[in-house]
Design a protein. Structure first.
Length: 200
């Protein structure tokens, strides 16, 4: 899974999936000039994301079949609309709208990998957010005064991130750890972020 950046070339035999969010973002960037077109594309992409939300409890195979049944018609219609905009000269190929359409059509196969490959995600935004978290932490690490302070900061930051990934309010979690110090020391495994819901 990657965005459609030209530098992201892969060897043959590798299944490539491009991020559907990045495809939609090309239209978001031009929404002030092409509001009607932006709204249409956004509506269609949102339908696919609503379908994907419904597939969360499904197996990868069930999810794939559900998307084939429900998302394929939506995306086929969207692709036809895009081709029509260029083909019927409703959008100048080198205009911002034309460039957004060409970006998506050029990568259509990769943008719709989730319609052919079990478990293929629609978006790589979660991975990008994880990377941004690490970059932010690296920048903040420049301001630790001592090695001990850096170590403590790293531990706390790691705990906050683990809470976020497990859907737990990190502030409430840390307050509970402080209020229950003795119990935490006695049964540490029960107080790990993915086990502690009973105690919060």
């Amino acid at each position: 899974m990657c965005d459609g950046l030209a530098a992201n070339k892969v060897d043959s035999g590798v299944i490539v999936a491009n991020c559907l969010d990045h495809g939609g973002r090309k239209f978001f960037d031009i929404k002030s000039s092409f509001t009607e077109e932006f709204n249409f594309v956004l509506e269609e992409i949102q339908k696919v994301y609503r379908f994907d939300k419904e597939t969360r409890p499904m197996t990868p195979r069930g999810r794939l079949e559900y998307h084939i049944r429900n998302s394929t018609p939506v995306l086929n219609a969207l692709r036809s609309w895009m081709k029509g905009q260029i083909g019927r000269k409703k959008a100048e190929p080198n205009s911002p709208l034309g460039m957004a359409i060409k970006y998506n059509l050029k990568r259509w196969n990769e943008l719709t990998t989730f319609l052919r490959v079990e478990g293929a995600p629609l978006s790589n935004c979660d991975a990008e957010q994880s990377i941004k978290w690490a970059i932010c932490h690296r920048k903040n690490s420049l301001f630790y005064k001592t090695l001990h302070g850096a170590k403590q900061g790293d531990i706390i930051r790691s705990m906050i991130r683990t809470c976020n990934q497990n859907g737990i309010n990190s502030f409430d979690y840390h307050v509970a750890l402080q209020e229950n110090r003795t119990r935490v020391c006695e049964t540490l495994e029960h107080w790990l972020p993915w086990n502690c819901e009973l105690y919060l």
